[in-house]
Ligand binder design. Structure first.
Ligand SMILES: [Fe+2]
Ligand SMILES: [Fe+2]
Length: 184
């Protein structure tokens, strides 16, 4: 079953007000800030759409507060894919799919990256398989759109700023619509 844009807006309305696990922003604020940072960096419609929707899996499945504290990897990077597949092509879906592996890649390849992660991101890292070994990192970055997933990940990590003003959901859904139209 594919989601329509109205359904996406409804998911944000219904579930976007919940606090992002262990961070000073709501799910919707985190999504908008990630899309905003992508836009500020000059990302195209596909990557802005991926930034907006990268954690949609959290809105589809309510795992309660901070699942990592209970030792649970929620696999949210995959949860939204079946719902988005009818709308978007791989330039949107792949960065969403790989945004957790991108963290494992950045920990392996960028000194200081891991230490700068938030407490919840550090906790989930182990549950998600831990830091990539050299061979895993090489294999990862060779995947299609892995470089875009890494860019998305860096915006994702920053998008936890209390009270940051951004354009609203309608603006970014419009950019996502353009990405969908480009794929159809
Ligand atoms: Fe995520
Ligand atoms: Fe995120």
């Amino acid at each position: 079953m594919a989601l329509a844009f109205d359904d996406i807006a409804l998911l944000f309305q219904r579930h976007g007000g919940t606090q992002y696990s262990g961070e000073p922003v709501t799910q919707t604020e985190h999504a908008l800030q990630t899309a905003f940072l992508a836009e500020q960096a000059g990302a195209d419609d596909e990557l802005v759409a991926a930034a907006l929707l990268h954690d949609l899996g959290h809105l589809l499945h309510d795992h309660g507060e901070t699942p990592t504290l209970r030792g649970v990897d929620d696999l949210h990077q995959y949860a939204a894919l079946p719902f988005l597949r009818g709308l978007f092509g791989p330039r949107v879906l792949d960065p969403i799919r790989w945004h957790v592996d991108a963290k494992r890649y950045l920990c392996a390849t960028q000194p200081h990256y891991q230490a700068a992660l938030s407490a919840d991101s550090q906790r989930s890292l182990a549950l998600q398989g831990g830091v990539f070994e050299a061979g895993q990192a090489q294999a990862f970055i060779a995947r299609p759109h892995a470089a875009e997933a890494v860019r998305l990940r860096l915006w994702d990590d920053q998008a936890k700023i209390r009270g940051l003003a951004t354009p609203g959901l309608a603006h970014y859904l419009e950019r996502a619509r353009r990405a969908a139209a480009g794929w159809a």
